[in-house]
Design a protein around this ligand. Structure first.
Ligand code: ATP
Length: 388
């Protein structure tokens, strides 16, 4: 059944695309100014045909403005937008072959689900038979048959979200635009809908541009993540690429939860060995880092270590030495299979995420902290760019 629906969807999708079937989206030097505010600053990127692209960044970085410009809902200040290789700068929103799913769902309260889903097709003068067939098909895909006659106020948040998706699906657009679609749902439902939208993407084989401030959504759903900051692009890559090889300190701190620890330090070279000297502790850098560290001898840097790359155990008498750091456990939070330990070492605060140990750690204990040094990062303190 699912296979049949997919073939039928693709068939209808092809019929509905009068130009090419390719649904890539290209932004070239895109700028948007609101008076004195530059919301989007010379943004260039390419989203591939059928890709699930997630634009992620903190509040106010310009994500929604980008999406609205792609949809044609916001005039651009300068630059170019291509959808499926067609320059759409001056194209009316209704001719862009895109469908947008908004954060607040924007359902019509006086219409039932069936009419809400079909309304966009009705104003585009589709026949009643075609509208019925498409609503039916979308209801099959989303499993919402029994909701078709209900009004939005008779639906739960998750059900409304599905109807909003259905309204986009019936359009069979080249590109779906999602603006924080899960932010009104509770935590449990968000996790469930995340998986549903990922499945939907695979099933529809459509291009999706998804905007969120939530790096967990970005990591779990994206084919590629586009990390934005202050209207510009910081880094693009597959989720594990940006996690393992952040281009700079901003990306390193934004991707990953709990966030990476950052510690001010000096790079010290002694014969063939390199040390990260943070004053209250000193650790040796792996030999694999040497070549990259060479131009930075004696310089101030930021040492970055992820909480999940830290292990800590109770300090035995006379311990220390090796490549460990002696620190105090200030707070221990039990998450079940894992614990979060908030450590201090002199002026430095370090968060560790570890498997729950057999012998409980308690607050106030002195611990020996081991870092997986090959997984650590070093950033230029002045430029914030990644050295290693
Ligand atoms: P959020 O996650 O909070 O929605 P965002 O990354 O989507 O943020 P935008 O809504 O795109 O950010 O806003 C980018 C910048 O442009 C912000 O500084 C915002 O205040 C400004 N801005 C957005 N819309 C307007 C507008 N209509 N008039 C003036 N300034 C605006």
């Amino acid at each position: 059944m699912a296979g049949f629906l997919l073939i039928r969807y693709r068939h209808l999708q092809r019929k509905s695309n009068e130009t090419s079937d390719v649904a890539n989206v290209i932004l070239k030097n895109l700028v948007k100014r609101f008076n004195a505010v530059t919301a989007v600053d010379k943004l260039s990127l390419e989203i591939h045909d059928r890709e699930f692209a997630v634009l992620v960044g903190s509040s106010g970085c310009g994500k929604t403005t980008v999406l609205r410009m792609i949809a044609g809902l916001e005039p651009i200040t300068s630059g170019e937008i291509f959808i499926g290789d067609t320059l759409v700068n001056d194209m009316d929103p209704k001719d862009r072959d895109i469908a947008m799913v908004f954060q607040n769902y924007a359902l019509y309260p006086h219409m039932n689900v069936r009419d809400n889903m079909g309304f966009g097709l009705k104003i585009r003068k589709f026949s009643k038979e075609e509208i019925d067939a498409r609503v039916q098909e979308a209801a099959d895909i989303l499993g919402i048959h029994d909701l078709l006659e209900r009004k939005p106020k008779e639906l739960s948040g998750g059900q409304r979200q599905r109807v909003a998706l259905g309204r986009a699906i019936v359009r069979k657009p080249k590109v779906f635009l999602f603006d924080e679609p899960l932010s009104n749902l509770d935590a449990k439902l968000r996790v469930a809908m995340r998986a549903e939208i990922s499945k939907l993407h695979r099933r529809l084989g459509a291009t999706i541009i998804y905007v969120t401030h939530d790096q967990v959504e970005a990591m779990t759903m994206a084919d590629r993540i586009f990390i934005m900051h202050k209207g510009g692009l910081q880094q693009t890559g597959m989720p594990m690429e940006v996690y393992a090889k952040p281009a700079n300190r901003f990306v390193a701190g934004f991707i990953g939860s709990p966030a990476m620890n950052f510690i001010e330090a000096t790079l010290v070279r002694e014969a063939d060995a390199w040390f990260i000297d943070a004053g209250d502790f000193r650790v040796r850098a792996p030999a694999a880092f040497n070549a990259r560290l060479e131009p930075h001898a004696g310089r101030q840097v930021i040492f970055g270590v992820r909480p999940e790359d830290i292990a800590a155990h109770v300090s035995a008498a006379g311990a220390g030495g090796g490549n460990t750091v002696t620190a105090r456990a200030d707070v221990v939070e039990t998450l079940g299979p894992e614990i979060l330990v908030y450590l201090t070492c002199g002026p430095h605060s370090i968060v560790a995420l570890m498997e729950s140990p057999e012998r409980e750690l308690t607050e106030g204990q002195t611990l020996e902290v081991d870092m997986k040094m090959v997984k650590t990062h070093i950033f230029d303190k002045e430029t914030s760019q990644t050295i290693v």
